[in-house]
Design a protein around this ligand. Structure first.
Ligand code: HEM
Length: 407
């Protein structure tokens, strides 16, 4: 690490590279101890916050740490230039517009709504497990944790659920890069068509104006309707935000249960621990590792000089392993309390889908533990190459005692 004339401790960390993916938690621990506010010269240059306090302080100061123009490092990597979506509301907005945008959809993503959807989510989980339970082997990521959130989010939007593989392909391409032979340009073209096709199908079937999509299309913010770009971006964000993150959480947690079978055993014996376990898995294997902000003015902050336009990565995953807040942070404690993790962010932009994500995650784990409780590895678990936006497994092959389908 070097120190420059701006007094900033410099590192050369590429958050899109394999070194970060393979050693992210060791890197966070080291930086948090030495310089919790560091400047990386890679990815166009950015500040990296790795301790809980500075991450929390930054998220609470929306005026200094703005979410416009985008929340990726560098700007444009995974956002900002996706077809007509020049902006993804509300994540790329600042208050007061953020609140107005959120109000349009909040009732469709409430805790009550997530609870109401639980039987449907369980039915999808059982249907997916039915497809492989007799085989005695499966890839839990591609056959369960990926299709389930994709189908639930599409159903929530009233979009064709059977199209989930196409949505997953384009979303994986945006989030993780060219993993399946599709370029970002092709994904942009495809997603634009997919959304416009859904909107015209909606018009043809005279869909109700007061559903989730209707409230984005017909809603108003600050006394005006949303622009086409905002509408398109909002829909895209709901699809982006909901699918890969929830699958990432489930994959990371299942891998932990393979590495530490006593965790799985405890959940089988005491299923009532699933709620606190969900929070602990969110903390320990945080899928959205970090999201960025942009500095709005030159200022001194926590011993460094921030300049207008500087990018700052708020590493939720690093904050969630801060030993000043979480005792033995590298351990998984299924009963950890309190557990004020930042896996869903905090403040004005706190995740709108957290209720739904928790239910989808819990149901997937509950059904796996009920129907294939003795799963063991059947080959190597692989991760997506780029872990900067979503830290997720790409494949988790397992084998287990074959069971009987429910259909
Ligand atoms: C385990 C699963 C999930 C994780 C870890 C997660 C994580 C996050 C985080 C960290 C943020 C904060 C963004 C920021 O501060 O800049 C966020 C925002 C958001 N999430 Fe999630 N998310 C998950 C699931 C979902 C689901 C299922 C949906 C929708 C169906 C969703 C929709 C959104 C939206 C719309 C926002 C933007 C909120 C705003 O900017 O006001 N997320 N999410």
């Amino acid at each position: 690490m070097t120190s420059t004339d701006r007094g900033r401790p410099e590192i050369a960390l590429d958050v899109h590279g394999p070194e970060f993916r393979d050693a992210n938690y060791a890197i966070y621990d080291d930086l948090r101890e030495r310089c919790p506010v560091a400047w990386s010269t890679e990815n166009g240059g950015f500040w990296l916050l790795t301790d809980y306090d500075s991450t929390l302080e930054a998220t609470r100061d929306d005026a200094l740490f703005t979410s416009t123009p985008g929340t990726n490092i560098p700007f444009g990597a995974g956002d900002g230039d996706i077809g007509p979506a020049t902006v993804l509301p509300p994540i790329h907005t600042d208050p007061p517009l953020t609140g107005a945008m959120r109000r349009l959809v909040v009732r469709f993503l409430s805790l009550a709504r997530a609870v109401e959807l639980e039987p449907q989510i369980r039915a999808i989980a059982d249907e997916l497990i039915d497809e492989f339970i007799e085989d005695g082997h499966a890839d839990l990521v591609t056959q369960l944790t990926t299709p389930l959130p994709a189908r639930v989010v599409l159903r929530l939007l009233g979009f064709a659920e059977s199209n989930w593989p196409e949505w997953v392909l384009v979303i994986h391409t945006f989030i993780h890069g060219d993993e399946y032979g599709m370029t970002r340009a092709q994904a942009t073209e495809r997603v634009t068509t997919l959304i416009f096709d859904e909107l015209s199908a909606r018009e043809q079937r005279n869909a109700p104006a007061d559903d989730l999509v209707g409230s984005i299309l017909d809603g108003t913010v600050e006394g005006r309707p949303l622009t086409i770009e905002e509408q398109f971006g909002y829909l895209l964000l709901l699809l982006f935000g909901g699918m890969d993150t929830t699958s990432g959480l489930a994959g990371n947690s299942l891998l932990r249960m393979i590495e530490r079978p006593e965790l799985r055993q405890r959940l089988i014996e005491r299923p009532e621990l699933m709620r606190s376990a969900t929070e602990e898995f969110l903390r320990h294997g945080t899928p959205t590792q970090g999201l960025a902000r942009t500095i709005s003015r030159d200022t001194d902050w926590r011993g460094v000089r921030l300049a207008e336009g500087d990018r700052v990565l708020l590493a939720w995953a690093a904050a969630n392993r801060d030993p000043n807040v979480f005792e033995c942070p590298a351990d998984v404690d299924l009963e950890r309390a309190p557990n004020r993790h930042l896996a869903f962010g905090v403040g004005q932009h706190r995740c709108l889908g957290s209720n739904l994500a928790r239910v989808m995650f819990r149901v997937m784990i509950e059904r796996i533990l009920a129907r294939l409780p003795d799963f063991v590895p059947d080959g190597e678990a692989t991760r997506f190459a780029d872990a900067s936006a979503v830290y997720a497994l790409k494949e988790l092959p397992v084998r287990f005692t074959p069971g009987v389908p429910r259909r």
